[in-house]
Ligand binder design. Structure first.
Ligand code: SF4
Ligand code: ZN
Length: 311
């Protein structure tokens, strides 16, 4: 009978194909936390005294990020706060917000919900009714980043933690490589910094943990998560890449790790060769950092006949 490789407990919850390791619930939880801590240390993601804002959607990745970073808060290494973005997607986002509220309340973490409606005088449901609109995820990604960065400044947070997992990172590497998008490729990493003082750096503590294991972590720790899928999610290039990686992983279980490790080595040269010559200035409309005169948020809002609705 298979037992836990660490403690010989006969009740195992995972058997890792890539290493043959079998783990019971407690050893698995400890192992995932250690993996995240290893990434945090190796990549220097946290400094003592940091205030970190978690971008908390209520989904498994952001809830696991909050849970793991909370172990640092409990040891008085960092302070935590959280923001949830309400895109205005009826019958979908409400549950995620409620779950985010429960977790932050339970852990005593400052939390606010910021909506597209309050920020831009429109929401995703409305935008999707506008003729010739762009694809939903384009608005979502651009608007959400704008809100989260501003929230980080409002909270006086030093960094923003996101729940990006190993699958997300490998998908981004392959997508941008296949599209020849070097500008995007060179900013993929555990920590994203910008020359603009208006931007807060972003950290990804779960970057080396596969999506499936993050799901299992939330189950093992009995953490409530938002499971529903977004009604606007559609077949995307990222989805196609994800399928390819999943299929490859069946016979090559270490392929995601090797892609990430290989990329992290190449990235050092990539950064040198293609130095970041973006000049950040402020958007003339909203004042947020932008490499163009008008930022992407204001460009999208212009198209929709709207403008930023908050100071
Ligand atoms: Fe936004 Fe839905 Fe796209 Fe996610 S899937 S970015 S919530 S529109
Ligand atoms: Zn702008």
């Amino acid at each position: 009978m298979e037992v836990c490789t660490k403690c010989a407990n006969p009740k195992i919850i995972i058997k890792r194909k890539q290493s043959g390791q079998a783990l019971c619930k407690n050893c698995f939880i400890e192992n995932i936390q250690k993996k995240a801590i290893k990434t945090i240390k190796k990549e220097n993601l946290i400094d003592k005294g940091d205030k970190i804002l978690v971008a908390l959607s209520g989904g498994k990745d952001s809830v696991a990020t909050l849970d793991i970073l909370n172990t640092f808060k409990e040891r008085n290494i960092i302070d935590l706060c959280a923001v949830t973005v309400d895109e205005g997607i009826a019958n979908y986002r409400e549950d995620g917000i409620a779950i985010a509220r429960k977790h932050t309340k339970r852990l005593g973490i400052e939390h606010k919900v910021v909506s597209f409606k309050d920020s831009f005088d429109t929401d995703l449901d409305e935008i999707m009714k506008v003729p010739n609109h762009r694809i939903s995820c384009s608005y979502c990604g651009v608007f959400r980043r704008w809100i989260i960065n501003r929230a980080a400044r409002d909270f006086e947070a030093d960094k923003i933690a996101t729940g990006h997992n190993l699958d997300d990172e490998v998908q981004a590497i392959l997508m941008n490589y296949l599209e020849g998008n070097i500008d995007n490729l060179k900013v993929i990493g555990a920590k994203t910094q910008s020359k603009s003082p208006l931007f807060r750096s972003k950290i990804k503590p779960l970057r080396e943990i596969p999506e499936k294991e993050i799901g299992l972590y939330t189950i093992a720790k009995d953490l409530e998560i938002h499971l529903a899928g977004c009604p606007y999610a559609q077949k995307s290039f990222r989805g196609e890449i994800s399928e390819i990686i999943k299929n490859l992983s069946k016979n090559h279980p270490t392929i995601m790790y090797s892609t990430l490790r290989g990329f992290d080595k190449i990235k050092i040269g990539l950064k040198k060769e293609y130095s970041n010559d973006f000049q950040f200035d402020s958007c003339i409309k909203c004042g947020e950092p932008s490499s163009n005169e008008i930022c992407r948020v204001c460009t999208f809002l212009d198209e929709l006949g709207k403008k930023v609705a908050i100071e």
